[in-house]
Design a protein around this ligand. Structure first.
Ligand SMILES: *[C@@H]1O[C@H](CO)[C@@H](O)[C@H](O)[C@H]1NC(C)=O
Ligand SMILES: *[C@@H]1O[C@H](CO)[C@@H](O)[C@H](O)[C@H]1NC(C)=O
Ligand SMILES: *[C@@H]1O[C@H](CO)[C@@H](O)[C@H](O)[C@H]1NC(C)=O
Ligand SMILES: *[C@@H]1O[C@H](CO)[C@@H](O)[C@H](O)[C@H]1NC(C)=O
Ligand SMILES: *[C@@H]1O[C@H](CO)[C@@H](O)[C@H](O)[C@H]1NC(C)=O
Ligand SMILES: *[C@@H]1O[C@H](CO)[C@@H](O)[C@H](O)[C@H]1NC(C)=O
Ligand SMILES: *[C@@H]1O[C@H](CO)[C@@H](O)[C@H](O)[C@H]1NC(C)=O
Length: 830
């Protein structure tokens, strides 16, 4: 009955064939003038029958179709695109697609079609023009289901997306897909692929994607032999192990391939006792002879690269993109070889070597020397080299994109140098270094995008390490403590006068002096979010090209009249202006009514549609700016003169005191923050965007377990803070390094208990490195070292670089002194 009504309603609307809304579908004309019907999210249980018969595209995704009936699309015989994803289809009638001989693209993804039962013989027969078929993400469970999909008639099919079921064997009909080039296996339930699994697949496949296989897949070496013409092998996020992935490449020796995408295919798996990867030339031997354009080996738990195994490729000139991020091997040991090798990769455009979170004890540093046009590299050992800082890295001029981020190297580079370079994107960010390398651009440079986030700006801009970059359009300086250089007299952005986009968020900025940024005539986007601004700095009004200003997460209470006027002017001038103000402690009171009215009337594009939470002074409660602005009289009936005088006086007082406060705030910002942590912990953490699961991480070794217990009782039971330590809080099964790293990351502070045996404990070194890294990347607030029964000079040398950031307590033996030590600890933390 329900459907009947729907049909009637539907048919009334179809009397007017040229209106653009049919029943619940949107009809649009595409660029070529063909009709397209979009009927998403309309609750249809049947294919609507009232749409114009000449539509070329029909999108029925997100409806409630359960079956496709006989001749269901008879009316729409010109259809070329039919999308019925995300329905509940379980069954197709043999003649469901009859008459769709023009159909080129059919998508039935995310339904309940079973590869053995849902496809009757001949169902695809009418579709002899079909080029793309997507029947993936239907099989949600791991059961054995032989493929019985009658695909043999689809002689023009080029791309097939299908689920890879448990114990997959495909069947002879697939062999007939002579034009099939792209095979995408999406929901993946296999745990074993043997030499025959794909033997029934047609030979012309160029792209093979088998991604997100959840179970560990054992692969026999010959599995890719059926695909001699393969160009793209994408195994991203499948649980395979890199060693197996490299081993199945033997059919491609001496051929060329566009992409080998092996990101995240090696996961720790205790059940199959899967080890981390130690890369050897033996494992890589098949890749060496392949001409590879793009290779991604990131996130594979590679802990060691042996015998130059990453630089033995015989066709270096083929490489255009190399990504080897997020592994754990020592960069120091292969960077020499790799930099040298990069000069042979004459077509290389993109390099990403980032997220190497470990530090190393005796690094080998890199010394690239160029003399008379000959480049040589020298290895330099150990600490002396570090003090001399005499290393230069030449960036080959053909590279366009260079990213090196989240690294722990201690000042091993003196200089990044490029000559007549095509480099457009350079990202050197979040690495721990005492000394930032100079960036040197000789000849012409094309740099457009520079990201130096997470490295103290004192070391980069303050030391004038950046060359003049005339083409620079985007400069990103997040989390660089920029306030420190803003307080000096230098004009910090003189090196990039033409930038259009500047991001200086997360920099503790509470003030910007008039001349400190320089004349940025082309600046269009300015991001000042996550700072400590109480008013919008006047200096922004000198940027007359500005059309986007992000001031969210600051300390603004309102916006003054002048700035509002300026913003409206800019909007008139450019026809657009975006302003972000969310997460400021705005005040709705008598003296901010102007701002509140402005919010309602302005044409400027505001985030949250101008609806921000604000403190309503007259009600002493939080409400929303639009609520208040729409109801101003009601809220501020008694904004009379006496109030104005009061306001005037209090304003004066608050200006005076805020000058004082700002000075105090800056000098004592951490102490104030901790005061806030205690009292308004959640508020402050939100403001700083810090989320910790624990208050303190304790690093210790076996000989002080009893003291750890004592410490835990004191800190947790008496003081009420949460402690994280290995014996109790580590999850079983995670790799220990990962567990330690994440635990430290989740803690607000860290305590090292230094006892005689810690000197021998390897993990402590890791923890110190990690703590330095966290400290550096501004997560960790305090590092406390407690020594017991050990002379000071045996404290691990690794502490030396962070000594100034460390609070030291020599744990006393006398009882009353112990009491004092506890007090000291408590004070330091909180
Ligand atoms: C699978 O093929 C590889 C390579 O041709 C071969 O070495 C291996 O023995 C085969 N495995 C089985 C079980 O036939
Ligand atoms: C490889 O597979 C992943 C995961 O399915 C996908 O996001 C990515 O786009 C694929 N890469 C290419 C080049 O198709
Ligand atoms: C790798 O290097 C070690 C020593 O450095 C050597 O003993 C071994 O033979 C080398 N292996 C290969 C495959 O070159
Ligand atoms: C900045 O300049 C003023 C006057 O030009 C000078 O008095 C002051 O010392 C300078 N400050 C710094 C940090 O150089
Ligand atoms: C400004 O920076 C913050 C954090 O660094 C970021 O979340 C936000 O999206 C940026 N704003 C714009 C408009 O891009
Ligand atoms: C403003 O946002 C709040 C919270 O999201 C909401 O309750 C309120 O209705 C919004 N006001 C307007 C006028 O949209
Ligand atoms: C916020 O303002 C609206 C509109 O004036 C009012 O109805 C609502 O009660 C206020 N909410 C609070 C928590 O004061």
């Amino acid at each position: 009955m329900d459907n009947m009504w729907k049909f009637i309603v539907v048919c009334i609307t179809c009397v007017f064939p040229y209106s653009t809304v049919f029943a619940k579908c949107n009809i649009t004309l595409n660029m070529l003038g063909y009709k397209e019907a979009s009927c998403k999210h309309q609750g249809f249980t049947l294919v609507p029958m009232d749409l114009p018969p000449d539509i070329k595209k029909l999108d029925l995704s997100y409806n409630r179709l359960t079956r496709l009936y006989s001749n269901g699309f008879l009316r729409y015989k010109y259809l070329e695109y039919l999308l019925i994803d995300n329905n509940d289809i379980r069954w197709l009638h043999t003649t469901a697609f009859s008459s769709l001989s023009f159909l080129r693209h059919l998508s039935l993804s995310r339904n309940y079609l079973n590869v053995s039962e849902s496809y009757p013989q001949g169902v695809f027969e009418p579709l002899n023009n079909l080029s793309v078929l997507d029947i993936s993400r239907n099989m949600k469970y791991q059961d054995y289901n032989p493929y019985k999909i009658p695909v043999s008639g689809l002689s023009n099919l080029r791309e097939l997306s299908i689920d890879l079921v448990f114990n997959a064997t495909f069947g002879q009909q697939f062999k007939k897909l002579h034009n099939l080039q792209v095979l995408k296996l999406d929901y993946c339930h296999v745990n074993h692929l043997n030499n025959e699994t794909f033997s029934e697949m047609p030979v012309n496949i160029r792209e093979f994607h088998m991604t997100t296989c959840k179970y560990f897949v054992v692969i026999e070496g010959g599995v890719l032999i059926p695909f001699p013409h393969l160009k793209v092998l994408n195994l991203t996020n499948s649980n395979i192990h890199l060693a197996q992935a490299l081993n199945i490449l033997h059919p491609f020796q001496n051929k060329s391939m566009d992409a080998l995408l092996f990101r995240g295919i090696t996961r720790p798996d205790s059940k199959h006792s899967i080890d981390p990867v130690i890369l050897t030339p033996e494992m890589m031997k098949y890749t060496y002879t392949i001409c590879i354009k793009a290779m991604d080996l990131s996130a594979n738990n590679i802990i060691l690269v042996k015998n130059k195994s990453l630089v033995l490729f015989q066709r270096p000139e083929c490489f255009e993109t190399i990504i080897i991020s997020a592994n754990s091997f020592s960069v120091d040991s292969w960077e020499v070889d790799f930099v040298l090798f990069s000069f042979k990769m004459t077509n290389l455009k993109i390099i990403d070597i980032s997220y190497f979170p470990l530090g190393f004890k005796n690094p080998t540093f890199l010394n690239v020397i160029t003399k008379d046009n000959v480049t040589r590299v020298e290895k330099v050992q150990g600490k002396w080299a570090r003090q001399h800082n005499s290393m230069t890295v030449l960036i080959p001029s053909q590279i366009h994109f260079f990213r090196i981020t989240h690294m722990m190297t201690e000042g091993s580079f003196l200089e990044f140098k490029a000559k007549d370079s095509f480099l457009r994107h350079l990202e050197i960010s979040y690495f721990e270094t005492d000394f930032f390398p100079r960036i040197n651009m000789e000849g012409f440079n094309s740099l457009e995008h520079l990201d130096l986030s997470g490295i103290s700006s004192v070391k980069t801009i303050g030391d004038a390490k950046i060359p003049f970059l005339i083409h620079l359009k985007t400069l990103i300086l997040r989390e660089t403590n920029l306030i420190n250089v803003l307080q000096t007299n230098i004009t910090i952005l003189r090196f990039c006068p033409n930038i259009m986009n500047l991001d200086i968020s997360n920099n503790y900025i509470w003030k910007i002096k008039a001349n400190s940024l320089g004349q940025l005539h082309n600046l269009k986007q300015l991001n000042l979010s996550h700072n400590l601004l109480e008013t919008i700095p006047e200096v922004v009004t000198t940027f007359f090209s500005l059309d986007e200003l992000d001031l969210s997460y600051n300390q603004l209470t309102t916006i003054g009249k002048n700035i509002l006027g300026w913003i409206d002017n800019m909007h008139n001038k450019h026809g657009t202006f975006k302003l972000y103000l969310s997460n400021n402690p705005l005040i709705c009171s008598c003296d901010t009514t102007k701002f509140l009215r402005w919010i309602l009337t302005t044409k400027v594009e505001l985030d949250n549609n101008g609806n921000y939470s604000c403190w309503v002074s007259s009600r002493k409660s939080i409400n929303y700016t639009t609520n208040v602005a729409e109801d101003l009289h009601h809220y501020f009936v008694d904004c009379d003169n006496t109030v104005w005088i009061k306001v005037g006086i209090s304003l004066l007082v608050s200006v005076l005191s805020s000058v004082l406060c700002i000075a105090l705030l800056y000098n004592f910002r951490w102490r104030i923050m901790f005061f806030l942590f205690r009292n308004f912990r959640r508020f402050a953490e939100k403001g700083l965007e810090l989320q910790f699961d624990y208050d303190v991480y304790i690093s210790y070794s076996d000989d002080c377990v009893s003291f750890v217990k004592e410490l835990q009782e004191k800190v947790e039971d008496e003081w009420g803070f949460k402690v994280c330590f290995e014996d109790r809080d580590f999850m079983i099964g995670e790799s220990i390094a990962t567990e330690r790293a994440t635990s430290i990351n989740r803690c607000r502070h860290i305590i090292f208990l230094v006892t005689p045996s810690i000197v021998k404990n390897e993990w402590t070194r890791f923890e110190i490195e990690r703590a330095k890294y966290e400290k550096f990347s501004k997560n960790l607030q305090k590092i406390v070292v407690i020594t017991r029964d050990i002379p000071l000079d045996t404290i691990p040398i690794e502490f030396s670089t962070i000594w100034k950031d460390v609070l030291l307590i020599q744990w006393p033996v006398e009882k009353d002194e112990v009491q004092f030590a506890w007090q000291k600890l408590r004070l330091w933390f909180f």
